[in-house]
Design a protein around this ligand. Structure first.
Ligand SMILES: N[C@@H](CCC(=O)N[C@@H](CS)C(=O)NCC(=O)O)C(=O)O
Length: 217
């Protein structure tokens, strides 16, 4: 399989972490798409992913799967032994809910802040910016961090007792926040302790060096 990717990107990180957690990295060929050159908005790429975002998974039969959650669900189902997206209906429901919440309340909010209230990917790519909306989303992300701090005061992982896709999604959010120097709010000790633990996982620690992109898209 191919993964259209930007090695340091917070969303691509989610798929890189999932691949490593499933020990599937040897099966993936990474294809670099240069976000700062706007390659993801070109017609050739939009034909692969209408949303014009990375990462995208291309299967050997030519099927394209965009969206980190969908890609993670695919990878997790490959060996019939899902560990990231839940085994029982209850686990699946809770994990999906918490992962979506980590997207809505932190990761996607930080992404909007990046694209609207900072130079983002540069003037050639950021053709419309609304800084006020960006700063509002930054505030939303900070509120989201408080929410997840409260969750982590009660349980070791985002969706309960085990590491799951929901943890990976929030890791993506904190990676993005870190890249933009948006600090975790004071007092969010449980969130910071969880993040320190997450960064010790080989899948997280080695996510950028796990594989070199092989060629341009
Ligand atoms: N909902 C998408 C979001 C992906 C996303 O925003 N990826 C970033 C890469 S870190 C991107 O492609 N940004 C470019 C842009 O939005 O112009 C997913 O979960 O895969």
């Amino acid at each position: 399989m191919k993964i259209y990717d930007w090695p340091t990107g917070p969303y691509p990180a989610r798929v890189r972490i999932a691949l490593a957690e499933k020990n599937l990295q040897a099966h993936a060929q990474f294809v670099l798409v240069d976000l700062y050159k706007g390659e993801h908005k070109k017609p050739e790429f939009l034909a692969k992913n209408y949303s014009g975002t990375l990462p995208v998974l291309e299967l050997d039969d030519g099927t394209f799967i965009g969206e980190c959650t969908a890609i993670t669900e695919y990878l997790d189902a490959l060996d019939g032994a899902p560990t990231l997206t839940g085994r029982t209906p209850r686990e699946k429901g809770v994990i999906h809910m918490m992962s979506k919440r980590a997207e809505l309340e932190v990761l996607d909010a930080i992404s909007v802040y990046f694209h609207h209230a900072t130079p983002g990917l540069g003037p050639h790519v950021e053709i419309y910016q609304n800084p006020e909306w960006g700063f509002r989303q930054r505030d939303k992300a900070l509120r989201g961090m408080h929410y997840f701090d409260g969750i982590l005061k009660q349980q070791p992982f985002i969706a309960g007792e085990a590491f799951t896709m929901a943890d990976i999604t929030l890791i993506g959010g904190l990676i993005f926040a870190g890249l933009l120097s948006v600090p975790v709010p004071a007092g969010c000790e449980a969130l910071l302790a969880w993040y320190a633990r997450m960064q010790e996982r080989p899948s997280v620690k080695n996510r950028i060096t796990m594989s070199e992109p092989t060629k341009a898209a």
